[in-house]
Design a protein around this ligand. Structure first.
Ligand SMILES: Nc1nc2c(ncn2[C@@H]2O[C@H](COP(=O)(O)OP(=O)(O)OP(=O)(O)O)[C@@H](O)[C@H]2O)c(=O)[nH]1
Length: 543
């Protein structure tokens, strides 16, 4: 059974996490930086766009004011022989309809500043005097037309600016000053200004260098001075002739403010938009970039998972081999693959390790089951082997013979010739036993001078006698030990299984009993006993 690996502990999950994190970091990093660069560029483009719209509006206003000046000037120059009298001025004004389109009102004042004609209201004649007005005084003094600063009209009560023009008689004497008034609440250029507010939010204003508000969506502010506040939008636009800033707070909202100084008058035209509305396209781009990065990350996660799964397949195969080998379903040879990748190399390393280990285990088993002195099987081997041999014979319906052997008077050999001589006798004894029996029989040394032989595939009971005799004969020749010839004999107790299955202990007890019988009978002989039906057959020695 393959041990379950927790999902979060799996290598696949970890690699997928790494791949996903790397893609996420890369996507966020590259995307974020690209977005920042793109946003900075977009900001610049949008701000420049606003500034360029503002520049065209400023040019329009300049042209508008210039046009009005030129209109007044050219009309006065057209007066034939400049012989118009003050009384005729009212009629002259009314005769030029273009003035109505260009100005809110056109009035004329004599050199004393008294109203002598008004395009809008001919009855106003003589009602007001503007001798104290700076623009009137300057026009008379310089004998040249000018543009006034904004003020509240005495006639209409509206906030206005005026364009003045001198009127001279044929002798070059100043006889009147023409004054064209422009209503600041409804200037003729307002339509052009409205075009600038195309996106609906934000507003446009004009402020004079003397800090007077000239145009503003809040009509109440017109002609009011700009309050002194370093952080205000109006203060900011008065500082430089033109430019834009996107970090100003206007009514508490972050705004893009672009401004441009006019050419004909000392005014600054400015536009203020909340940055959230101006830069709305950037927010959309940001959202899309985020969506794209998320999608990319998701795809990377799926790809990482699939890729890791595919890459780890050989590892799973390897794992399967290990399990199959553990359960005995496969041989170790399944590790001996030819794949040239790391997994193939690992598999071959497993194979080599397993082989090495198998050899070591074999060597250990051999050591553990071999008698150190004689090199034949030891007691451990016999204990393991004998029950197996009995079962095998039982299954095959065969008999098993077990011979217990003990060297006669071995103690004496030790005592007389020394322990080393005794060892040499034991080695030679084992060697002769092995040479005497068939390769299907198993010889083992149990302890000291006690040996055992397991006879498998016994053809008949008679065969046992033959075997006993052969062993006795094998020992008949003198043992050559340390240059001496020693006569060594052995006593053999043989047990035969009578009925299968037979218990190992019963068979061993029968063999032991037979051996005891031989010893009792004088040694150098063999006796056969039937396990389970102990009946010592006669003891036979060499003739
Ligand atoms: N040289 C040598 N002697 C051993 C070894 N193991 C046991 N012995 C000795 O073998 C002798 C076994 O003697 P026994 O089998 O009891 O007696 P025995 O002299 O053979 O007499 P019987 O068996 O009655 O004929 C003891 O003296 C042990 O000390 C060994 O590995 N090498």
């Amino acid at each position: 059974m393959r041990p379950a690996i927790g999902f979060y502990h799996s290598f696949k999950f970890k690699i997928t996490l790494v791949v996903t994190s790397m893609v996420l970091i890369a996507a966020m990093g590259v995307g974020g930086v690209s977005l920042l660069i793109a946003e900075a560029a977009m900001r610049l483009v949008i701000a420049r766009q606003e500034l360029s719209l503002l520049t065209s509006a400023a040019a329009f206003i300049d042209n508008d004011i210039d046009g009005k000046r030129q209109l007044l000037k050219s009309l006065t120059e057209q007066i034939p022989g400049r012989e118009v009298t003050l009384d005729e001025v009212q009629a002259w004004l009314e005769a030029h309809g273009a003035l109505r389109d260009a100005f809110f009102d056109v009035t004329a004042f004599d050199v004393s500043g008294t109203l002598i004609a008004s395009l809008r209201d001919r009855r106003a004649k003589g009602t007001i005097n503007i001798a104290d007005r700076q623009y009137f005084q300057d026009t008379v003094r310089m004998r040249e037309g000018l543009i006034s600063t904004p003020f509240k009209s005495q006639l209409s009560g509206k906030p206005v600016i005026v364009i003045t023009q001198t009127l001279e008689n044929a002798r070059g004497e100043l006889i009147a000053v023409l004054v064209g008034a422009i209503d600041l609440q409804r200037p003729s250029f307002s339509a052009q200004l409205d075009v600038l507010r195309s996106n609906g939010e934000g507003y446009l204003f004009i402020v004079g260098s003397d800090r007077t508000i000239i145009h503003h969506p809040n009509k109440d502010l017109i002609l009011k001075p700009v309050e002194r506040d370093e952080d205000s939008v109006m203060d900011a636009v008065l500082k430089t002739p033109e430019g834009w800033q996107d970090n100003l707070l206007d009514e508490g909202e972050l705004s893009l403010v672009a401004h441009k100084r006019l050419r004909t008058v000392d005014w600054t035209i400015a536009v203020s938009y909340p940055t959230r509305s101006v830069f709305a396209p950037m927010a959309t781009v940001r959202l899309r970039a985020l969506a794209a990065a998320s999608l990319l990350t998701l795809l990377a996660a799926l790809f990482g998972w699939a890729l890791t799964k595919a890459l780890l397949r050989p590892l799973e195969t390897l794992h399967g081999h290990v399990e199959d080998i553990s359960s005995g379903a496969s041989d170790i040879k399944v590790f001996d693959v030819v794949d040239e990748d790391e997994f193939g190399s690992l598999s071959r390393a497993f194979f080599a390790l397993s082989q090495h280990r198998a050899r070591a285990e074999q060597a250990l088993h051999r050591l553990a089951t071999t008698d150190a002195l004689t090199g034949i099987n030891n007691r451990r081997m016999f204990d393991e082997f004998f029950p197996i041999a009995l079962s095998r014979a039982s299954r095959a319906g065969q008999q098993v013979g077990l011979a217990f052997l003990d060297v006669d008077h071995f103690k004496r050999i030790n005592d007389e010739y020394g322990h080393a001589a005794g060892d040499a006798v034991l080695v030679e004894f084992a060697r002769r036993l092995e040479r005497t029996v068939r390769c299907t029989d198993t010889v083992a040394r149990l302890a000291g001078d006690e040996f055992v032989i397991v006879f498998e595939q016994l053809p008949s009971n008679a065969e046992v006698n033959l075997l006993g005799r052969k062993i006795l004969e094998a020992m008949a020749a003198p043992f050559l030990v340390g240059g001496r010839e020693l006569l060594v004999t052995t006593s053999i107790g043989i047990a035969l299984t009578t009925s299968m299955p037979a218990a190992a202990d019963d068979v061993m007890r029968a063999a032991d009993q037979a051996l005891y019988g031989v010893k009792a009978a004088g040694r150098n002989g063999f006796a056969v006993n039937h396990a389970g039906a102990e009946r010592l057959l006669r003891v036979r020695g060499l003739p």
